[in-house]
Design a protein. Structure first.
Length: 341
């Protein structure tokens, strides 16, 4: 390139379009001049007039996609970091991904609200009363090992306890009392524990009148198992939806802030080049301020604008289940059981 050409490019990069407009008249002439000499990759995008930014960034991307993407990452999209050859969205917290979700129709933003709850730092219990029958929904679903733990806990709680018979006693309780030679009471022993636990009427009576602590623990097991099953199912749906634009896996890094350590969350962007290209293409003829990439200043702002306005970039959504899968609940109950028993 000639010395005069180099001088003109340096002048533009330092001072902007106004300083060289008298020599070229139209920005298109200046752009073609740089293209002729093969130095477009030295053009400062920051100095392109605002109303022409999208258009010429789009043209420049035809020949120098990496240059344009890296420039935009370094100077415009403040929430993106490049690590090696990959680009990552940096999140204030996981809850921020809720910006990419929106339920349609009568549901409004219910999907977004649920994503906030599931991804938020606070514990979320969407269901309070998860069962009205802990014997049916917990005891009967226990595996063999947990059932042994349960029986031993019952034995420990009722050791040497005289259990009086009354009008609410089960037939099994009355039969055991008779076998033990009593008309008005019976004892729980290792010999009859299997019969007692296997009989729902007997266990419901004992849980209600003699084993309130165990009963409360069973409710706690079910509540946690039920809510965990529900949130884990939704979590999987959220991550599946996020895979449209991201690798569905959070990456955490610790950062020192003074004396404290905070954790920053990242999501790897699948194809940042294509997203930036599509944005510039769709808004290359616009001079509206809110169509300029710098107006948004973040990948999240750019992508949500595209979701709102560009075909093929719809907001993420998923079917919100009314209740969790029962097999998940049962599995959770058995995994959690020993934490309570």
């Amino acid at each position: 390139m000639s010395n005069s050409g180099e001088k003109i490019l340096v002048t533009f990069n330092d001072e902007g379009w106004d300083s060289i407009e008298p020599f070229f008249g139209k920005f298109e002439n200046f752009y073609n001049y740089l293209k002729k000499y093969g130095v477009l990759n030295q053009l400062s995008l920051k100095k392109i007039p605002d109303e022409l930014y999208n258009e010429y960034a789009y043209y420049l991307m035809q020949d120098y996609p990496d240059y344009v993407v890296n420039y935009i990452v370094d100077n415009t999209l403040t929430d993106i970091e490049k690590k090696g050859d990959e680009y990552y969205l940096r999140l204030r917290d996981r809850e921020e991904v809720s910006d990419f979700f929106r339920g349609g129709g009568y549901r409004g933003d219910k999907a977004r609200d649920i994503v906030k709850n599931v991804m938020g730092e606070d514990w979320w219990d969407p269901y309070y009363d998860t069962t009205d029958d802990v014997y049916r929904d917990v005891v009967e679903e226990l595996n063999e090992e947990n059932l042994r733990y349960f029986k031993q806990r019952v034995l420990n709680e009722l050791k040497d306890v005289k259990i009086e018979l009354d009008g609410k006693s089960s037939e099994e309780m009355e039969e055991i009392a008779s076998e033990q030679g009593h008309d008005d009471h019976f004892f729980v022993t290792p010999e009859n524990i299997d019969r007692i636990v296997d009989d729902s009427d007997t266990m419901e009576n004992l849980l209600k009148y003699h084993l309130q602590d165990i009963r409360n623990d069973l409710y706690s097991v079910h509540s946690q198992g039920y809510n965990d099953a529900y949130t884990s199912e939704i979590w999987e749906d959220i991550m599946s939806e996020l895979s449209t634009y991201f690798k569905p896996e959070f990456h955490s890094e610790s950062v020192k802030v003074g004396d404290k350590t905070k954790y920053v969350e990242y999501l790897k962007i699948n194809d940042l080049k294509s997203i930036i290209y599509d944005y510039l293409y769709n808004y290359k003829d616009s001079s509206y301020n809110d169509d300029m990439m710098e107006y948004h200043g973040s990948f999240t702002g750019v992508l949500t604008k595209m979701m709102d306005e560009i075909s093929g970039y719809d907001f993420l959504d998923f079917r919100i289940p009314d209740y969790p899968d029962s097999s998940r609940v049962d599995r959770n109950i058995n995994e959690l059981f020993k934490d309570y028993f």
